[in-house]
Design a protein around this ligand. Structure first.
Ligand code: CDT
Length: 310
């Protein structure tokens, strides 16, 4: 039986005025707490070093790059996290805003081995929100302005004696993303998120938004027979609320651990990586039961078109 104790290290709010150095200090504290709980792999949130800046319309791109993006990882400000993880022998996932040497910008995440080496990188593919300024809205969701669609595909890596894949936030709403990881043998999927409690587009009860978050996580983990770790950045960032509910979900679809607060909080679970073996041999034996010849529309059609058979 392969066991891996995994932690979701949730972060409370990071305000506009908070520096990357201050954020890193908190991340190091969360890492130490995870270590004290016996965790060997820690999943941090999406865009973990800064406030969720896509909520702000900003025109000075140089300033945005300097304050919110990383052109190297680790950088001077973020290095203490990498150093502490190496010292403690912990592997981790962390989300950040990536600025490439060609001045391309991605909402990215990396998987870092316990020896400090970067094993893999993912660039978010399902960017939510909009690119235009909506001055009438209470807040913005400008991921389509600040980031390009990821160009690295959905990948998995050999990681700490498992096969691990990465997704970021809104990807969890799209079953195709998770299935592509499962088809590559994913045993663990790590995902960081920043989800506003209010729906920008239409009034929606906050409890319903959380309900969707939970049912998506449980069904994705079960239907793909994989462990799923989802970690929030949450609470009131400069007055704008994002929900917590960080989760560790088993391949059975059961929630193994869930955060209770909207603050810095670690949850951990000793995951049996082989728990899904029976499911993978029976109900979700993809080789035996999948019928890709009937799934062509999934890749041929993007938007729904009304095309009845009669
Ligand atoms: N960060 C992120 O991807 N958030 C989205 C908000 C969707 S509503 C515009 C999410 O899926 O949680």
């Amino acid at each position: 039986m392969r066991k891996l104790k995994i932690a979701a290290a949730q972060m409370g709010p990071l305000h506009k005025a908070d520096t990357k150095t201050a954020a890193t200090k908190r991340l190091v504290e969360l890492l130490r707490e995870s270590h004290a709980m016996g965790a060997k792999f820690v999943v941090f949130p999406e865009l973990a070093f800064t406030t969720f800046f896509p909520r702000w319309w900003m025109e000075d791109q140089e300033e945005v790059d300097r304050r919110y993006f990383e052109s190297t990882l680790p950088s001077k400000e973020t290095a203490p996290l990498f150093e502490e993880a190496k010292k403690l022998g912990i592997g981790f996932y962390i989300g950040y805003a990536e600025l490439t040497p060609e001045k391309r910008r991605f909402n990215a995440a990396v998987l870092v081995a316990p020896n400090g080496g970067i094993v893999g990188k993912y660039r978010k593919i399902h960017l939510p929100g909009h690119a235009d300024h909506k001055p009438e809205a209470a807040f913005q969701h400008l991921e389509k302005k600040y980031f390009e669609v990821g160009d690295l595909g959905f990948r998995v890596w050999r990681f700490m004696d498992t096969i691990t894949g990465m997704l970021i936030c809104n990807d969890r709403r799209w079953p195709e993303a998770f299935r592509v990881l499962a088809l590559q043998g994913a045993e663990i999927v790590a995902l960081g998120f920043n989800t506003p409690t209010e729906n920008l587009h239409y009034p929606e009860p906050p409890a319903l938004r959380v309900h969707h978050h939970l049912i998506m996580a449980q069904s994705m983990a079960f239907q793909n027979a994989s462990w799923l770790i989802e970690t929030a950045k949450c609470g009131f960032e400069d007055g704008f609320r994002m929900f917590g509910h960080s989760l560790i979900v088993a391949p059975t679809g059961e929630i193994a651990a869930k955060s209770q607060t909207e603050e810095d909080e670690v949850i951990a679970f000793n995951c049996d990586i082989d728990l899904a073996a029976n499911l993978k041999k029976t109900m979700f034996n993809f080789a035996a039961h999948r019928r890709p010849e009937h799934y062509r529309l999934i890749v041929e059609r993007t938007g729904a078109e009304v095309t009845p058979a009669n």
